[in-house]
Design a protein around this ligand. Sequence first.
Ligand code: 2AM
Ligand code: CA
Length: 258
Amino acid sequence: MVLEKIDQLAREWLEEAGNRIFMALEQVNIEVEAKADRNDLVTNMDRATERYFAEKIATHFPEHRLLGEEGYGEEITSLEGVVWVLDPIDGTVNFVEQKRNFAISLGIYQEGIGELGYIYDVVGGEFYFAKRGEGAFVNDEPIPMLAKENKLENALVIINTAAMHKFPQTLAAIKAARGLRLYGAATLEYMAVATGRADAYISANLSPWDIGAGKIIAEEVGAIVTRVDGSEMVITEKGDSFVASPGVHAELLRDYFR
Ligand code: 2AM
Ligand code: CA
């Protein structure tokens, strides 16, 4: 089965890429460049990691395509065939400023369906994985299904500043919640919801590689993933993202976003 082969190699490559990133953190020569704006950074390690995957995929699976942040893959607008959706470093600002709280993110899509998801928090030592229909895991321990009936008043919510600007009603939602948390890496914010450390994550302006793996893993434990208005989130299109446990998703949608 091709998915088994992909899984075996993806794990090897993620481990190797994680080791290289870990070693790079010890050295002083991380080269940082701003892309679109001063929050949007890229380093030599983002590029080296994506290039490493691009070469491995081309060698082992020449018919597969890569959709990656740093442009070593192809222009992709449809998810025909097998597509590797990769963010070599999600949370690059954290990588540069904190040397932690970043992750490698890889989602495997086959004919548009998310089959395998991996998020590797290299410094935190947490390896999140899900296979569609077979559950989600962190370091091989099953992640429990999310409680269905949580309420906003008991919920921690994660809402990024772009979403606060775009959706002013988020401020009232934060006030109604138990508290606000921000981590600065979309993948780890998705995993905070998947593991119940937060109940909702709302973000504007995410790209396919920010959400490709997170969606697969979060949905596998019963999280609801949509756009902020509740419509379907098509991962090939850039835009806003709203992931939450079922009760909190329904309450936020009903009272604030519809
Ligand atoms: P990145 O580190 O891979 O760029 C917080 O900034 C989160 O939003 C991170 O997951 C970051 O991913 C993502 N993000 C997406 N587009 C961004 C942009 N233009 N500037 C800053 N962060 C962005
Ligand atoms: Ca990135």
